[in-house]
Ligand binder design. Structure first.
Ligand SMILES: [Fe+2]
Length: 275
């Protein structure tokens, strides 16, 4: 997997692909293979849903996927194919509706590791201040750990290493699984998350391994080879491999000209270019 060799210090990483260019789908797919994400500049204003539909069709992602967490009666209010992410005091979602920062996570708290392959965030309006989206090349950091400390890497692959529990007040559900795994295609996948939803099982795997692994990953999230902060402009979309990268967000402030507004869609497919 090319992404294991990616270096996020490369200034080409954040350079947007112009969706109006005829070779845009190939360039986006190439960027996702190389580094796990791409920034895409969408042409002219228009409804965010239409932008997401055009982009997902060009990348052959199929229909948007509603995560398992949002299929309960208690969480149905969050079950849209396209989720609005903006501050809203009336919305009780602990992450979508606040201006607080978000720690490292993958989308799909209850879904099996690797199930949600792609996330797209379309920016309608950036924050007045702050609000960068943060990306962590989790699989590349894991590959480095596997070379340096195989027992620690083994602990991360233990099937009971990490439980994640929903923090949505209406419902108490959780799922347990490995932090890294190899999928049916032989590719590394991750659900590395380090936030208030997590319970780590430090008895999983070789003794002491999970503690060392977690310390390594936490340090790696500050390593500029693996960590990138991106500020999306209005009309830009960030496409990323949710099964290979972890992501987060800086806290932000809304300004007098409107609230920060992103629209999110999830897909179980990885992007492929037309043949
Ligand atoms: Fe997220």
């Amino acid at each position: 997997m090319q992404q294991l060799q990616a270096d996020f210090r490369d200034p080409r990483c954040a350079r947007p692909v112009d969706f109006a260019e005829p070779d845009a789908p190939y360039r986006v797919v190439g960027s996702l293979d190389e580094r796990g994400f791409a920034v895409v500049a969408m042409a002219e204003p228009g409804p965010p849903e239409a932008k997401l539909a055009a982009l997902s069709a060009a990348l052959r992602l199929g229909s948007p996927y509603v995560p398992a967490l949002y299929r309960f009666a208690e969480t149905k209010e969050h079950s849209a194919s396209y989720s609005d992410i903006r501050s809203d005091p009336k919305d009780r979602h602990p992450a979508f509706s606040t201006t607080a920062g978000q720690s490292w996570h993958v989308d799909g708290l209850l879904d099996a590791i690797g199930h949600i392959r792609t996330t797209i965030l379309y920016c309608v309006r950036p924050a007045h201040r702050g609000g960068d989206t943060l990306l962590f090349n989790a699989v590349a950091a894991f590959a480095e750990l596997r070379d340096k400390d195989p027992a620690a890497a083994d602990a991360l692959c233990s099937p009971d290493a990490l439980s994640r529990r929903s923090t949505i007040p209406a419902i108490d559900v959780s799922t347990t699984g490995p932090v890294f795994s190899v999928d049916g295609r032989g590719d590394l996948v991750t659900r590395y998350t380090d936030n208030e939803t997590c319970t780590w099982n430090f008895s999983a795997g070789p003794p002491g391994g999970l503690r060392r692994a977690l310390a390594f990953l936490r340090a790696a999230t500050d390593d500029p080879r693996y960590r990138l902060a991106l500020r999306l402009a209005a009309g830009q979309a960030l496409v990323f491999r949710n099964d290979r990268l972890s992501h987060g967000r800086q806290s932000y402030e809304d300004g007098p000209n409107g609230r920060r507004h992103l629209v999110r869609a999830l897909y179980t497919e990885g992007p492929t270019a037309p043949t």
